[in-house]
Design a protein around this ligand. Sequence first.
Ligand code: PLP
Length: 385
Amino acid sequence: MIPYGRQDISEDDVRAVVDVLHSDWLTQGPAIERFEQAVARFCGSTYAVAVANATAGLHIACLAAGLGEGDAFWTSPNTFLASANCGVYCGATPGFVDVDAGTLNMDPAALEQRLVQARAARCVPKIVIPVHFGGQSCDMEPIARLAREYGFTVIEDASHAIGGQYRGRRVGSCEYSDMTVFSFHPVKIITSGEGGIVLTNRKDLYDKLVLLRSHGMTREAARMQGTSEGPWYYEQVALGFNYRLTDMQAALGLSQLQRTDHFVARRTELAQRYGELLRNVPVRTQACIAEAVSAWHLYVVQLAVGKSLRSRREVFEELRARDVGVNVHYIPVHLQPYYRRYGFAAGDFPVAEAYYAAALTLPLYPGLSDTQQESIVAHLRELLT
Ligand SMILES: *Cc1c(COP(=O)(O)O)cnc(C)c1O
């Protein structure tokens, strides 16, 4: 079976992990600091906080921004559950902003329209979480302008997008946001096994993220409410978690980071080839905006639902039967049974719903060969024409 995504592990990666196993540190130690500094330098942000996974990173990013009960936050319906769960963990009320039919990213015009209504109803969200779907940055400049006008915090869910760019800077520079979160799950652009990181240029947020990552405890005298009782002394000054990454994971992540541009170059090449190979196949591909350079985490197409010979489900099952590991990203989050409790229903976000009804994710990862790709498209062409 050709999977839809797959990690690429080199001998250097293996050596980096083994070196840590031979060292004095296994959990958060010197490799974490090296990894954090390297990711921050790579992306052009000031600070970085490595965490157990991107879900944990999104959670403490929401808490650091002060999200709590009685607050609202908005994200895209076309995303993985974690982009919405993170705010619900904080006791806040979720909302969604529909996507653009071409880019499949949060539509800044729809965001503005909803904000105008929310201001009138006095329920402007505290946080907006744009998601860089498939690795292509959302159009962040208008979102940042709305953030200034309406006073919300912007957290980029860039789980798909390390190595991507927006307006000439790397995703993660936080030029148009308060914080950016990456995932290092094995199907993403680079991996640390499980893992994530939060980037920011704001010292106040960085300090909170560090506290929340590890139980809300500090050994820094300056951050204590009382005075130190001795070298053993620590204080818990917030309710934090154990969201730490291990040194083995950080060493793997750091080793993988060196090849980010190489991975993205191969993904881009494959995505361009898909574009050419699919020219005479009746599918719609994701639109690209001039301001962004995608990291190409996903290659998604939309079938001509109702007009093609076979349904999406038939095409999906037939491709799987032929060992092509297609997938579907994403079931709109507001349609999940858990989210229906907030009153969401089918029809609320019609663009994301129409996209989902037709969506198919084709395999895309650096190790996918040109020949495998050609056979994937040949199968698809045969099923659709
Ligand atoms: C993978 C993913 C996450 C969660 O990442 P983890 O590291 O697995 O917690 C969050 N948001 C999006 C959009 C993702 O694709």
